[in-house]
Design a protein around this ligand. Sequence first.
Ligand code: F6R
Length: 610
Amino acid sequence: MCGIIGYIGLPDRTKNVLYSGLKSLEYRGYDSSGLCFIEDNETRVVKSEGKLENLNKKLNKHKINSSVGIGHTRWATHGKPSEINAHPHTSGPISVVHNGIIENYSELKDELIKKGYEFYSDTDTEVIAHLIHDFLNSEFSFEDSVRLAFERIEGSYAVAILNQNEPDKIIATRRFSPLIIAQNENECFLASDIPAIIPYTNKVIYLEDNDYAILNADEVLIKDMDGNETTREVKIINLDPVMVEKSGFRHFMLKEIHEQPRAVFDTLRGRISESMDSVIFEELDLGFLENINRVVVVACGTSFHASLIGKYMLESIAKINAQVELASEFKYREPVLDSKTLLIAVSQSGETADTSEALSEAKLRGVKSLGITNVELSKISREADYVLHTKAGPEIGVASTKAFTTQVLVLYLFSVFLGLHKKSISKKIARQLIKDVISATKLQQTVLNLDGEIKELSKEFYHYKNFIYLGRGVSYPVALEGALKLKEISYIHAEGYAAGEMKHGPIALIDESMPVVFIAPDDEVYYKKLLGNFKEIKARGGRIIFITSNEEIVKMLDKDDRKIIIPKCSNLISPLITTIPVQFLAYHIANLLGTDIDQPRNLAKVVTVE
Ligand code: F6R
């Protein structure tokens, strides 16, 4: 949550690098923003409440003639979204932008107030600026003041600091929040994430916890908190800047829905043997999986729903005991873990605090761990024993779409991999499972062609105030995911249920004002049961949107019901297909309601607070 950027180098680039950097970090928070730069040894701050466009309007009135600046886009934690709470925060010559939470801020604040520092905002960040200023006032150098301040500060942070009396440098440090730095000839950058820097260079350095960096226009020094110089590897990032653009789509979310066949293809590429009967995970060491007899998957939100689908796959393919936990609950109960348990942490960003905390807890207990993330070098990627990357490419829309399908795919491939390793499945079965999943990209393409049809259908449904989503088996987590997508981008109340659970309570909700989105791919096991659930809803006047490949059930629909016909596919891969219509439905309903689809209210793409 929150994105930070910093630049030092060529005066004619400062404004553009800072503003466009913030634009590409806006997914991390968008309730207010600000930047500051040093001109004639004076700090100039420009801030605005609301979206970045508001900041841009103000910036257009400024001619920035400065070779150094820092910026911030905010997702409020301490203090409501407002101009006064927007970063940068200043104290005397010091200005600071911060991503994270300072846990001991109220104790520090009391201390600083007693010393005469006046606080103008409700943020935890302001203590950082005053604390550094306080050390400067005690005659410490800028660098030592930063170091001493962070010896006192507890919590999570990625911070960039300017001192108007030393405009030739930015100092940055981090602990538990991501921070990258990069260098070109005569200029240096820092940012919370790659998209802010990728237009300028693909060579980046990931700062480690408690590192601090001193950025000059032509040099970067990295030190540990004792002031000893250290080196960090320069990583080459393979990211095409075009991937972080909308490419003609109205929203990133729509673009990302349409990218799913490509994302699935990229995630599959190189991971299937030539004989098509085994999965190749070069990243994994087979010895690592020895003796594993149980898998615990931890995740949040959409990644949790993908993990629930993974449970069906791990059990039915690998025949292993699998349990899925909300990461936010996992750490604070007493999970029973042993050396035969494998913990899998699933996270698009690889930075979600709840998930990475659950991973750390499992590691503390000596449990083997595997990360499934979409962001290489993210926290979870670095901390898990092994990591499998989804190759969805950058996901910018706050509502997760292509990350979900690629997580489902990796969990499927891992189930086949583990099943073969544990000899729970034969090569023959593995070949069939692989054949099924290879067909997914083509089937997804067919479903993407339903975009226009679902757009039309949305016009009939966007005024409803409540929705229910139903599914059985692997379609149950798809129902949860469909309801989550609708909630988060259209603000319509929606619930997902296992279809068989309806009769135990939720059926009381059914009447003509409650559309039911029924996810029912054709499946022998569930056919009769689905039919029963279907009739129960019809008997109570419910209006159904049926997502199915079963022509028989379609014949039973009333004139008020609607159908979305999807191609037939194997049950286990069906979530890769059935998810697309629920994504489209949420998207088009939200679009008709005119909500801010890529940046829905109150949300942030990366949730780095517990
Ligand atoms: C919903 C959504 C969130 C995330 C959740 C976990 O569309 O995007 O529910 O899935 O915040 O994020 P990651 O996967 O980055 O750990």
